[in-house]
Write a protein that binds this ligand. Structure first.
Ligand code: C2E
Ligand code: CA
Ligand code: CA
Length: 544
């Protein structure tokens, strides 16, 4: 990238002042040399005067068409009236002869000069196109690479990444051209308080990069986030809420610009995830990069069959036997087993989550075939992500898969968390209804964490409520927790819903839940999640 600056062509097109001075000196020398050469080879009669074209053309290249013409005239004169035709006889040239030559010299110099000027203008235009954002004219990252050595390592620099988090909603709200105005406003605001030695670049439409020194960073550090938050940024007089995160890298060893940028970018991502406006890069944040790499490995994990399911029994408290099981995904990666917390949130940021949910359903349907005749009645629950709600094709695929499977559709249970419901109530309702109308059972998972009002349970297309394990695990010795669980159970029953309590780890809690009339429990007290073979053994043992 950077090579561009140092090519020979570029040196000729855009010579530095020093280079220009050197070339000017060479041109003067050439003019003198041409005169001397022609004179001592006997004058213009010998026809060596073409050497004059070299300084004239060089002059055109260096000084444009005006310079070319000037040198042409100058060359024409010193090889014209100032130069004899024959130095032995001192016979002078005919007037028309040297004037014609002068015209040719000037034309050549002028033409070359004009061509070089045109090329220079075009190159400047093209360069500007890729070093500046088209709509806003803000310098892009390429501008930096164009003017700096990428292998240059510095320890006195600070890199700041400015992420616009609500980019999508701003874009929807403003439209593309007004969004560009907003970008300009942000740019000029940051530019406004940046010290001399600092600069700001647009990396993409949601990310600015600021290159500054440690010294300058000290001066702006406290103001930065405050100034950005202080006033609402206006775009065509619409007050907007700008949600942003700032990541900073203050390296203590020599780092290249791209290393510094990567670090500040990771820090900004960290800030965003943790709801902060500001984060300084720390080695621990590199974990986020690890996660990104993990995300890269996700698609092949599906192909390479690195996912597998474990099942946790759900016990019917009336019979004390397994009534259902919940499928929980695992990822066997490089000899380690990753739990869903380590990759589901990542997958949820992409469409991969749809493939995962589809894969889980397929695997569950296959595993059900392994159930023996006398426990075919056991239901299988799968977890569905809120991101799945928006994919109509997936929903259709899943319902078709269930219809075509060799089981009663009510043996499949769909678990959807309460927080999903809070995020998008109508879509969740439509989603759950489309499964329920096929006979599939629906469960509202992690109930109690989403702050939905209990009354909304009435209108929901759900069959069962699953009380979150945070409640269950803390119910013993916490009377308000206990009361809350009692209320949830009572109300659910009144609305005709079943209740599962998850996270049951000890007998005290189990007994309390029994007293409260809870229908089902799930937890380590009975069993940890098991692979299918062990699950089958577990159910078989219970039967015996
Ligand atoms: P969840 O749906 O609430 O699943 C129950 C989690 O609680 C499981 O963690 C389970 O191992 C754990 N658990 C069960 N009994 C106990 C107990 O007595 N004590 C304690 N401390 N924990 C218990 P796991 O397998 O790590 O799953 C975590 C979450 O990941 C799940 O929470 C679920 O939201 C999500 N998840 C799991 N599998 C899938 C999947 O296939 N698709 C999607 N979208 N999400 C999944
Ligand atoms: Ca669940
Ligand atoms: Ca749960």
């Amino acid at each position: 990238m950077n090579d561009y600056k140092h090519t020979t062509l570029n040196r000729l097109l855009f010579p530095s002042t020093r280079y220009r001075l050197v070339l000017s000196g060479i041109i003067i020398l050439m003019l003198v040399a041409a005169y001397v050469f022609v004179y001592f080879t006997g004058g213009t009669r010998n026809g060596y005067l073409h050497v004059m074209y070299i300084p004239v053309i060089l002059g055109g290249i260096l000084y444009g068409w005006k310079g070319g013409i000037f040198l042409g005239i100058f060359g024409g004169v010193i090889l014209g009236p100032l130069m004899p035709l024959n130095t032995e006889t001192m016979e002078m040239q005919a007037f028309y002869s040297w004037t014609m030559r002068l015209v040719f010299f000037s034309l050549s110099g002028g033409l070359v000069g004009f061509m070089y000027e045109t090329i220079r203008a075009k190159v400047r235009q093209v360069t500007s196109l890729y070093t500046h954002d088209l709509t806003t004219g803000i310098k892009t990252f390429n501008y930096y690479w164009q003017n700096n050595d990428p292998s240059d390592k510095r320890a006195d620099k600070v890199s700041i990444s400015f992420h616009i988090n609500n980019y999508e909603s701003l874009l929807v709200l403003l439209g593309s051209s007004e969004y560009a105005t907003l970008l300009e406003n942000i740019h000029s605001r940051i530019q406004g308080f940046l010290p001399e030695d600092s600069d700001i670049y647009l990396v993409d439409r949601r990310l600015f990069w600021i290159d500054t020194s440690k010294e300058s960073f000290k001066a702006i550090r406290d103001d930065f986030a405050r100034i950005m938050e202080e006033e609402v940024i206006y775009s065509e007089s619409v007050p907007l809420y700008l949600d942003f995160s700032i990541g900073v890298s203050i390296p203590d060893t020599d780092k290249t610009a791209s290393e510094r940028f990567k670090e500040s970018d990771i820090a900004a991502l960290h800030a965003k995830k943790n709801g902060l406006t500001f984060a300084v890069y720390h080695d621990e944040h590199a974990r986020d990069t690890l996660l990104i790499e993990r995300l890269g490995a996700l698609p092949s994990a599906l192909e390479n069959e690195e996912f597998f399911l474990v099942y946790q029994p759900i016990i019917d408290l009336k019979t004390d036997k397994v009534s259902d099981v919940e499928a929980l995904i695992r990822w066997r990666k490089n000899g380690r087993v990753l739990t869903p917390d380590e990759f589901i949130p990542l997958a949820e940021e992409t469409r991969l989550i749809d493939f995962i949910t589809e894969w889980v359903l397929e695997a569950v349907l296959k595993d059900h075939l392994r159930f023996e005749k006398d426990f075919k009645h056991i239901g299988l629950a799968i977890n569905v992500s809120y991101r799945n709600l928006f994919n109509a094709t997936l929903i259709e695929k899943m319902t078709t898969m269930i219809k075509n499977a060799k089981l009663e559709p009510d043996k499949i249970h769909i678990e959807m968390t309460e927080s999903t419901l809070m995020q998008n109530r109508t879509t969740t309702q439509v989603f759950l209804s489309s499964f329920r109308s096929e006979g599939v059972q629906t469960i509202l998972d992690d109930f109690g964490t989403g702050y939905s009002s209990l009354s909304c349970l009435r209108d929901l297309p759900v069959d069962t409520v699953k009380i979150d394990r945070e409640f269950t695990m803390n119910m013993h010795g916490d009377s308000s927790m206990y009361d809350m669980i009692a209320t949830i159970i009572e109300l659910s029953h009144k609305l005709g819903l079943k209740v599962i309590a998850e996270g049951v780890e000890d007998v005290e809690v189990l007994n309390e839940l029994k007293t409260l009339g809870c229908d089902f429990v799930q937890g380590y007290y009975y069993s940890k999640p098991k692979e299918i073979e062990d699950l089958i053994k577990y159910i078989r043992n219970q039967k015996a």
